[in-house]
Design a protein around this ligand. Structure first.
Ligand code: PRP
Length: 182
């Protein structure tokens, strides 16, 4: 049913599996002896993080923060809001931030700076997608699934007005979805 609103598939389910396997190998190599906190930024991280956790072959702690900047629309508002803070102390811990996408870089920069200010031993970032052309804040993620052009995408965690997060792939919405919304 959701497929009918999708113009084209940008990252297929097979692509996602391959990306996740590769990232799992890289992160396992770098973190196997660090007992990191793998910190997901809700809500977009959920499908990607669920897949990634399964291929991380070492001891880790899972945590979440709920941070938002888009507030439902198709463009970042620039207002990064912490709606739910993480419960675990980060002082002295290695933190691996897990994102579905980095666009302007505002969210990830704000959260990284906050965690370093709180005394994290290190903060690195893994993102399924990176949109470097969208950058407003200088930021280079440590692990990138796929670099994508500056287009608005939905699925596999990414929403348009809270819908489409449950698509099993990443795709481009048909234009009529924006123009004929009730
Ligand atoms: C999205 C995404 C990132 C952020 C990236 O979250 O999950 O956290 O925007 O954009 P930026 O680089 O321009 O800051 P959003 O604020 O839409 O919240 P959500 O994860 O709940 O959808």
């Amino acid at each position: 049913m959701l497929d009918k609103d999708i113009e084209s598939v940008l990252i297929s389910q097979t692509d996602i599996q391959n990306i996740v396997s590769r990232l799992g190998r890289e992160i396992t190599r770098d973190y196997h002896d660090r007992f990191p906190i793998v910190l997901g930024l809700l809500k977009g991280c959920v499908p990607f993080m669920a897949e990634l956790l399964k291929v991380l072959d070492f001891h880790l702690e899972v945590a979440f923060m709920n941070v938002s900047s888009y507030h439902g629309g198709i463009e970042s508002t620039g207002d990064v809001r912490i709606d739910m803070d993480l419960a675990s102390p980060v002082k002295g811990r290695h933190v691996l931030l897990t994102e579905d996408i980095i666009d302007t870089g505002r969210t990830i920069k704000a959260v990284s700076d906050l965690l370093l200010y709180r005394g994290a031993a290190s903060v690195k970032v893994v993102t399924l997608m990176d949109k470097p052309e969208g950058r407003i804040k200088d930021f280079v993620p440590d692990y990138i699934g796929r670099s994508i052009p500056k287009i608005f995408v939905v699925g596999f965690g990414l929403d348009y007005e809270e819908r489409y997060r449950n698509l099993p792939y990443v795709g481009v919405l048909k234009e009529h979805v924006y123009t004929t919304k009730e």
